[in-house]
Design a protein. Structure first.
Length: 286
């Protein structure tokens, strides 16, 4: 009974995150022979394969929304409201391909994203021009995502890494960032912190950013039965944000509540997700 429940939960989560083409994509990514961008022991494989990514992903979206031009491009072109699950599935597939897939498949995925970025351009509601292929905007999206995934793994990861490995994780993500068009991305945690600080003067919470936060936190496209679980993940995604980012988004900070209730829920949820999505061990043959 427990094994059956585990299978159903794992399949439901995988279908939500990976979409209907998930099984075929997983087989292609992991079973196709050939060289990879990252060897099996690289930190990026550990971080991106952990359930902490569910929390890190929510935090990354909130943090990324604070650059007005990046948020304007997302609001106008990504379709995150009309097709949020499709966007999640495309993003998760890109991360899986570039992290675990063959070098050829990873480059093909990067080329596809770059071709989309080249077409995404426009003017924000404040009258400022944006272009998704702008290396400066790409640099912000990359830094915010890397920082969020790293923070999430440090707090909720099953296999914690040491300082050198987390620096190596930042260096691993720089490989993908450069392929996407980022110029000189950070390659260790100190460089990542300096990069985020350099963007601070450009950041603010526009009406679009606050609308995105309300959508993510208060009106997610989640079945009613699953909303309490999502609320726990979202609360931990908020708690993971740097204090200055929470202040910009008007998200309250309640340290005692977060320490006593929110963080333990985050640990429990990531353990549950990890349990559900990890196939049970096969019985030994007699």
């Amino acid at each position: 009974m427990l094994t059956e429940l585990r299978g159903h939960l794992g399949q439901a989560l995988f279908e939500r995150v990976a979409g209907p083409e998930g099984p075929a994509a997983r087989a292609r990514i992991h079973d196709t022979p050939g060289p990879r961008w990252f060897d099996p022991d690289r930190p990026i494989r550990i971080v991106h394969g952990d359930a902490s990514m569910f929390i890190g992903g929510i935090s990354a979206l909130l943090l990324q929304s604070l650059h007005p031009l990046a948020m304007a491009a997302v609001a106008a072109h990504s379709g995150f409201r009309g097709d949020p699950w499709g966007r999640l599935q495309r993003t998760s597939t890109f991360l899986a391909v570039t992290t675990y897939g063959t070098a050829e498949d990873a480059q093909r995925a990067v080329d596809h994203v770059r071709s989309i970025h080249e077409r995404v351009r426009g003017t924000s509601t404040e009258g400022l021009a944006y272009h998704a292929a702008d290396p400066h905007l790409l640099g912000w999206v990359h830094a915010a995502e890397t920082d969020s995934f790293l923070r999430a793994h440090q707090r909720y990861g099953a296999r914690r890494l040491d300082a050198a490995d987390y620096d190596a994780y930042v260096a691993d993500t720089a490989r993908i960032a450069e392929a996407l068009g980022v110029i000189d991305p950070p390659r260790d945690r100190r460089g990542l912190s300096e990069c985020l600080s350099a963007y601070r003067p450009e950041l603010r919470a526009t009406a679009e950013a606050r609308a995105a936060a309300r959508f993510l936190l208060l009106r997610p496209p989640i079945p009613l039965a699953a909303r309490p679980l999502y609320a726990g993940l979202a609360a931990n995604g908020v708690a993971l944000l740097p204090r200055w980012a929470r202040d910009l988004l008007w998200l309250p900070r309640l340290p005692v509540v977060e320490d006593i209730a929110v963080r333990p829920v985050g640990h429990a949820l990531t353990r549950a997700i990890r349990w559900a999505m990890t196939p049970p061990p096969r019985p030994r043959s007699q």
